[in-house]
Write a protein that binds this ligand. Structure first.
Ligand SMILES: *Cc1c(COP(=O)(O)O)cnc(C)c1O
Length: 383
C-alpha cells in the first residue's frame, strides 16, 4: 500500500509495504509472499533474517553499541583483519554507506597525489553515490540537474574505452575510479582488457587505480571481489551494500602505500561501530565460510540459462548473481511492476533491462521459479 507518511518525495516507491522476510522470501502487510531476486539492491546476500547474522547483531547490541572512534572496539579490529585477509592486502577505513566509502577514496587519492593533483577520471554511466562529490563522480548528467555547480575535478570518459581514459589522464590527475561491473547503469561488465589496461595506465601515469565494488564486492560475482575475477588488482577498493547484510556500513581499503591518512584527515561518528561490524563478521562467515560465494558461479549459469530461454529475453549480461535480463521491448518498468504483483521482486535498471541480484543463498528451485514468474510478468505486459 502507498502511504501519506510525511517523507520527502525522493523515491518512486512501489505500492507494497514489506513487514518480514526469511531467506529469499519477503512478506507484505497483506500476508502475500514474494520471491526476492533483488535482495534490497544487492544487499541482503545472506538472505533475510539470517539466524547467524541476527544472533550476532543481538549479542553485540546487548553488549556494546557505540563508543566513538577515539577508542578501539573489537568487532572493528576483527572485521578489518578479515577483510584484509580476503583481499590479500590493504588497510581499512570504515564508514556507513557506499557514497561515504567513495568520498573517503576520493579524499585519500587527493592527499596521496599531493598539491595540484586532484582530478579523478570516472566512467560515463558510472554510479558512485548521491553526496555532492560522489554525484560529481557519477557519470550520469541527468542526476546532476538542479545541483550544480558540483565539486570540481571529476572527468568522465566512455566506459570500456581505454584510449579515452588514457587521453583523460593528465598532470592534474590523482586517480581513476570505475566499477568493474556498472550496476546502476544497466549491469554492464567491464571488458577484461579494459580493466587490465587501466591498471597499466594508472601505474605508468603514477595515479591510483580505484575500483568501486560497493555493489560487486562480498562475493556477488563469484569471487570475494570482482577484481579477483578479472585478475586486476587496484590500489583502492570500496565496498558497502552486502557487507553487513543490510546494516549500514561502508569500507575503503587501500594498499599500504596509498593509505596515507594521518590522524585528523578523515573521520566519522558511526563508521566502524560494533553492531554493523559484528553483523559483517557474521555475514562473511555465512557467505564465505558457508560456501555461498563458491556457489555463485554455478547458480549464475543456471539463472542465466533460465532467463535466456525466455523468448523476449534478447541477452543476459552481468557477472555472477548480478545479472540483467535484456528485453526486446522498452517496457522493463511495467514488467517489473507486473512481476511484483505476481510475487517476484526485481528492478528495472534500463528501459529494456531488469536486474536480478538475489541473495547468494538462493536455491536452484527458487531460481527456476523466478524465471517462471518473470515469464508470466512479461506475458501479462505484452499480451
Ligand atoms: C549503491 C552504490 C553506491 C552508493 O551507495 P550508498 O550506500 O547508496 O551511498 C555507490 N557505488 C555503487 C557502485 C553502488 O552500487
Amino acid at each position: 500500500m502507498s502511504s501519506d507518511a510525511p517523507l520527502m518525495d525522493t523515491y518512486a516507491r512501489a505500492p507494497v509495504t514489506f513487514v518480514g522476510g526469511r531467506g529469499c522470501t519477503l512478506f507484505d502487510d497483506a500476508g502475500n509472499e514474494y520471491l526476492d531476486c533483488l535482495g534490497g539492491l544487492a544487499v541482503v546476500a545472506a538472505g533475510h533474517a539470517n539466524d547467524r547474522v541476527t544472533a550476532a547483531i543481538a549479542e553485540q547490541a546487548a553488549k556494546l553499541v557505540h563508543t566513538s572512534n577515539i577508542y578501539w572496539t573489537r568487532p572493528m579490529q576483527d572485521l578489518a583483519a578479515r577483510l584484509v585477509e580476503l583481499t590479500g592486502w590493504g588497510r581499512v577505513f570504515f564508514s556507513n554507506s557506499g557514497a561515504e566509502a567513495n568520498e573517503c577514496a576520493i579524499k585519500l587519492a587527493r592527499k596521496w597525489a599531493g598539491a595540484g593533483r586532484y582530478k579523478v577520471v570516472c566512467a560515463e554511466g558510472g554510479f558512485h553515490g548521491r553526496t555532492l562529490a560522489t554525484l560529481a563522480a557519477t557519470g550520469q548528467p541527468a542526476k546532476w540537474a538542479g545541483f550544480e555547480p558540483l565539486p570540481a575535478g571529476f572527468v568522465h570518459a566512455p566506459f570500456n574505452d581505454l584510449d579515452a581514459f588514457a587521453a583523460a589522464v593528465d598532470d592534474e590527475t590523482a586517480a581513476i575510479l570505475v566499477e568493474p561491473v556498472q550496476g546502476e547503469n544497466g549491469v554492464v561488465p567491464a571488458d577484461p582488457d579494459f580493466l587490465a589496461g587501466l591498471r597499466e595506465l594508472a601505474s605508468a601515469a603514477g595515479v591510483l587505480l580505484m575500483f568501486d565494488e560497493v555493489q560487486t564486492g562480498v562475493g556477488r560475482t563469484g569471487r570475494f571481489w570482482a577484481h579477483q575475477l578479472y585478475g586486476v588488482t587496484p590500489d583502492v577498493v570500496t565496498v558497502a551494500k552486502a557487507l553487513a547484510n543490510g546494516l549500514p556500513i561502508g569500507a575503503t581499503i587501500a594498499s599500504e602505500s596509498a593509505a596515507v591518512f594521518a590522524p585528523g584527515d578523515h573521520a566519522t561518528t558511526f563508521g566502524g561501530g560494533p553492531v554493523p561490524c559484528a553483523a559483517a563478521l557474521a555475514t562473511l562467515e555465512v557467505l564465505v565460510d558457508g560456501g555461498h560465494v563458491a556457489g555463485v558461479e554455478r547458480k549464475s549459469a543456471l539463472l542465466a540459462q533460465c532467463l535466456s530461454s525466455l523468448p523476449q529475453v534478447r541477452q543476459v549480461r552481468g557477472k555472477g548473481l548480478l545479472l540483467a535480463a535484456v528485453l526486446d521491448t522498452p517496457r522493463a518498468v511495467e514488467i517489473t511492476a507486473s512481476a511484483l504483483a505476481n510475487g517476484l521482486v526485481v528492478n528495472a535498471v534500463a528501459p529494456d533491462a531488469v536486474r536480478f541480484a538475489p541473495p547468494l543463498v538462493i536455491g536452484d528451485e527458487q531460481i527456476a521459479d523466478a524465471a517462471q514468474l518473470f515469464a508470466l510478468a512479461i506475458d501479462e505486459v505484452l499480451a
